[in-house]
Design a protein around this ligand. Structure first.
Ligand SMILES: CC(C)(COP(=O)(O)OP(=O)(O)OC[C@H]1O[C@@H](n2cnc3c(N)ncnc32)[C@H](O)[C@@H]1OP(=O)(O)O)[C@@H](O)C(=O)NCCC(=O)NCCS
Length: 156
């Protein structure tokens, strides 16, 4: 298993992975998935201008993360695991790698917008919830994106 930089041209494959991850991971409807897809898609610029890293096993992509922004504050813009590879420690693997990467860039804080179903995972990783966004999908009243942050330990 390796974690490597995403390659130019992989944005479509990563977008498809992200769509599978979110829809099958949380059992969302087609209608919900069509609501704001740009929140999870991967653009060519995510690969060329941001920090996108891929978890790969035997040549298969199992997940990825995208870090954007500039130190001291980095945003975890995406963290997605293939549906058949969740609950196996892969999210933690990528999280730990992302924290180390952010630290090496000089960041002190990681901010992120979390799907409410992913909030307990991020809390388990040590992040705290500091609020929620007003955005509410018409087909899912009460569903709110959580604002979270993680203070990077200085001695880690
Ligand atoms: C959220 C996500 C990245 C977690 O990845 P994962 O590979 O399942 O997580 P791990 O197996 O590494 O779990 C690490 C720890 O978090 C816990 N955990 C993982 N997902 C959890 C969840 N949904 N609720 C509660 N705890 C969770 C695990 O039990 C594990 O705990 P441990 O420390 O006691 O072993 C994955 O579920 C996913 O890709 N979901 C769909 C896409 C998504 O919503 N991404 C986040 C967008 S904001």
């Amino acid at each position: 298993m390796i974690i490597r930089p995403a390659k130019v041209g992989e944005h479509m494959a990563l977008t498809e992975l992200a769509l599978r991850s979110v829809q099958q991971g949380w059992g969302y409807s087609e209608e919900f998935m069509a609501w704001e897809p740009e929140a999870i898609t991967v653009s060519p610029a995510h690969i060329t201008d941001a920090v996108t890293r891929v978890l790969e096993s035997n040549g298969r992509m199992l997940g990825f993360y995208v870090l954007t922004g500039r130190p001291p504050e980095i945003e975890m813009s995406r963290l997605m695991i293939e549906p058949d590879a969740i609950w196996l420690g892969n999210g933690r693997r990528l999280w730990d790698h992302a924290v180390a990467t952010a630290r090496s860039l000089g960041a002190r804080l990681i901010t992120l917008d979390a799907d409410p179903n992913a909030e307990p995972f991020y809390q388990r990783m040590g992040a705290e919830t500091v609020g929620e966004h007003e955005w509410e999908p018409p087909m899912m009243p009460g569903w709110r994106v959580k604002k979270m942050r993680y203070l990077i330990p200085t001695n880690g």
